[in-house]
Design a protein around this ligand. Structure first.
Ligand code: PGA
Length: 228
């Protein structure tokens, strides 16, 4: 395992209403009370709720004093202005430190190409946001200045069929040759059962679970099993 900072980033996608969000954070906060007693290095925790739940999440993370940062799942490729339905980087930065860009669900369902993704990254970076940039393989280019690269093979996303830790490690090793000093994490059907097998690999700097991040007990288990 490399000595660099590790990440556990939960992508909630289009799930949860405000009651679910409050319930998750309450239970997760209760579980995290023991965290200081754990003699292990806890990864950096980021949760990415829907836009509409960012204010509530921010307030509850503060209230419970949780060691959790917030991320957005998307961002406008434009600045502030007449772009109906979009949320700009300057609006987002009031709530989040991170933003996911280039997720395969955005690439395939919303036709986001490299130009759009580069514009999104530029807007995020000029507003001081940290970009978590997703790529499906080691060949897709990554914009300069991103904070974290997430290797997310399409066959593994939401299928319950993760990549093997060995192959994920190999692919991430290749990505790291091109983007030295940028942490690279793995995403795709990560669970509390398999998380350790990814985290302990030489080049893997963390994980980006979707489905398994929705339940606070499962997310806490992932946190404990990810600690090194
Ligand atoms: P999954 O999603 O863990 O549900 O496969 C991962 C992702 O889409 O980032």
């Amino acid at each position: 395992m490399s000595a660099a900072e590790k990440y556990l980033i939960g992508n909630w996608k289009s799930n949860k209403n405000s009651t679910d969000v409050a319930g998750f954070l309450k239970i997760f906060a209760h579980k995290c009370k023991n965290i200081k007693k754990i003699p292990l290095k806890i990864p950096k925790i980021v949760i990415c709720p829907s836009y509409i739940h960012l204010p509530l999440s921010r307030d509850l993370i503060k209230k419970y004093n949780l060691p959790v940062e917030l991320g957005a799942q998307n961002i406008s490729p434009y600045g502030e202005g007449a772009f109906t339905g979009e949320v700009s980087a300057s609006q987002l930065k009031e709530y989040v430190r991170y933003v996911i860009i280039g997720h395969s669900e955005r690439r395939s369902n919303f036709a986001e190409n490299e130009k759009i993704l580069a514009d999104k990254a530029k807007n995020a970076l000029t507003n001081g946001l940290k970009v978590i940039y997703c790529v499906p393989d080691s060949k897709i280019p990554v914009p300069d200045g991103v904070a974290v690269i997430a290797y997310e093979p399409v066959f593994a996303i939401g299928t319950g069929k993760p990549d093997t830790p060995e192959n994920a490690n190999r692919t991430i090793g290749v990505i790291k040759k091109n983007y030295i000093n940028t942490p690279v994490i793995y995403g795709g059907s990560v669970t509390s059962e398999n998380i350790k097998s990814f985290m302990e690999k030489e080049y893997i700097d963390g994980v980006l679970p979707g489905k398994s991040s929705l339940d606070p007990i499962s997310f806490y288990k992932m946190l404990i099993n990810a600690a090194g």
